[in-house]
Design a protein around this ligand. Structure first.
Ligand SMILES: Cc1cc2nc3c(=O)[nH]c(=O)nc-3n(C[C@H](O)[C@H](O)[C@H](O)COP(=O)(O)O)c2cc1C
Ligand code: SF4
Length: 423
């Protein structure tokens, strides 16, 4: 199936990151077009498009913007979340490196609609090359008068600041990001209040993902109705999927939402490796529940279908696992990540994460006890729902969903260990 190219139309051009080439291929037309319009009409257009946040939660973008109180006398901030650290997720990186100006134009549109004059991109610390690409693009835009005082000759001023993180996954959570940007430890805040009302420096703030913002120039150029025609009734437009694991063609793909998951793996991704069969799929980044191969028939890549199947589209970081995979090893690997990335504020997450890692590791290493699965269940039940931010729920998802779907593999290792304990 031919998918629409809203975000990736030009990423294959090696010179697309240069401002001149970006403009030759139609760039900076959308922002020029709206600079004299009513900002609220742009917000309505984005609402009508049905665009939903691509950072993971899928919250409607226009609606999120409408929560921002205007005329409070305080500045309004727009922050671009380029922290992209979820295991399996590397889709924003493609846009950051290959089409940096597309993101900048998307930010200009969002900032104009919100009445914001100061914006920042918070980029993952390890993304040194993408950060260099962005820094160059921002400089180019300032030199041409597309950023700064009176952009494109209008009376609207806008600054974009690039801020590099220090390599903490939790700074991708929007309030952790805000704390970090303010110069504090990246520790999430209790919500409510939500950032739209009390955000950066206690001012109204919108945090949007790179992919979300990069969709805006196309929506303005082609119209909200054209965007809303792509995808399904509730999942509009296209989605970037970053695919890793046991497929022949891993990489980043742009698909129309609503595309069958198995077709995607078999057609676009070339299917699983020769001589192997599909065992399981983590559809939307490591924090979403795993699906067994026998659960995938009829599942579509959209928010609703994946929810019905018991998982989530999340960030679109798809990890494909074939029959060579040791599922206990997968969980041991992921729990090592989660226990390391806790920000340490909440006791259940800070302490529980290490307990979960320790118990899964000993099962994997053949030292597990028959009571370990009950122990994991008990520890996880004291983490999920008892923490300041959703990281606690994310932490327990791999262990609980893999035990539910592949219980036999955990039992086998524990039984083998039992024999050893008895010797
Ligand atoms: C632990 C955790 C990590 C997150 N990491 C990211 C991230 O790297 N990038 C991102 O855009 N959103 C991330 N999010 C989601 C953000 O909190 C926020 O919902 C998102 O940036 C909003 O943008 P959107 O509305 O465009 O999706 C994370 C959330 C949590 C709980
Ligand atoms: S759940 Fe974990 S990461 Fe989130 S605030 Fe609490 S300790 Fe920090």
């Amino acid at each position: 199936m031919a998918h629409h190219k809203i975000l990736t139309e030009n990423v294959h051009y090696a010179d697309q990151h240069e401002i001149g080439r970006y403009e030759e291929r139609g760039g900076y037309q959308a922002i020029r077009r709206i600079l004299n319009s009513d900002p609220l009409s742009i917000m309505e257009e984005v609402k009508t498009s049905g665009l939903r946040g691509r950072g993971g939660a899928g919250f409607p973008t226009g609606m999120k913007w409408s929560f921002v109180p205007r005329n409070t006398g305080k500045p309004i901030y727009l922050l671009c979340n380029a922290d992209e650290s979820e295991p399996g997720t590397f889709k924003d990186r493609l846009l950051l490196e290959r089409d940096s100006h597309l993101l900048l134009e998307g930010m200009m549109i969002a900032a104009y609609a919100l009445g914001s004059h100061w914006t920042a991109i918070y980029i993952r610390g390890e993304y040194a090359h993408p950060a260099a690409c962005l820094a160059k693009a921002i400089n180019e835009a300032y030199q041409r008068g597309y950023l700064g005082q009176g952009i494109f000759g209008s009376d609207y001023g806008l600054d974009i600041v690039l801020h590099r993180g220090a390599g903490a996954y939790i700074c991708g959570e929007e309030t952790g990001l805000i704390e970090s940007l303010e110069g504090y430890r990246g520790q999430p805040r209790l919500k409510p209040p939500f950032p739209a009302v009390v955000g950066l420096y206690d001012c109204p703030t919108v945090v949007n993902n790179v992919e979300t913002l990069a969709a805006l120039p196309w929506i303005i150029k082609n119209g909200a109705a054209a965007y809303a025609q792509i995808g399904t009734e509730k999942s509009k437009g296209t989605k970037l999927m970053s695919v890793s694991g046991h497929v022949k063609n891993p990489g980043v793909y742009e698909i129309d939402l609503g595309y069958p998951l198995l077709d995607f793996i078999n057609n676009e991704c070339g299917g699983v490796r020769e001589g192997h069969s599909l065992k399981a799929v983590i559809a939307g980044g490591s924090s979403v529940p795993v699906l067994r191969a026998d659960e995938l028939a009829g599942v579509l890549l959209d928010y609703e279908s994946l929810k019905t199947a018991g998982t989530m589209l999340g960030s679109g970081g798809m990890i494909v696992l074939d029959d060579s995979t040791d599922m206990v090893e997968v969980v041991a690997n992921l729990q090592h990540f989660y226990s390391h990335e806790s920000c340490g504020q909440c006791t259940p997450c800070r302490e529980g994460g290490h307990w979960v890692e320790k118990v899964v590791k000993r099962i994997y290493e053949g030292q597990g006890f028959p009571t370990d699965l009950m122990l994991l269940d008990s520890v996880c039940s004291q983490i999920a729902g008892h923490t300041i931010c959703p990281f606690g729920d994310a932490l327990v998802t791999p262990v609980l969903s893999f035990i539910k779907k592949f219980r036999n593999e955990f039992d086998e290792k524990i039984m083998a260990a039992l024999d050893r304990h008895l010797v």
